[in-house]
Design a protein around this ligand. Sequence first.
Ligand SMILES: [Zn+2]
Length: 85
Amino acid sequence: MFLIFGLRTKAVRMGFVAAMCRVCGQEGSLLLVRESTKLTLFFIPLVPIRTEYVLHCMNPVCGARTAVGAGQARRLLAAGTGSLR
Ligand SMILES: [Zn+2]
């Protein structure tokens, strides 16, 4: 009998937040993305392995990704400039 295990990462756009990019220093809207990785069995996501919050810089020259903690992500969203959901 075969068991097919795997990992799948799903990215969910949480919304734009008002923050400053740590790489290029541009102030404005950064896109907050929640990336959750789940263990899959027969390609069906079952067990959550880890969840990360990442800020994507919207500056086309920079495009940096900065990881933030869950608490900081919640605070940024609460004070955010607009939500996609
Ligand atoms: Zn940047």
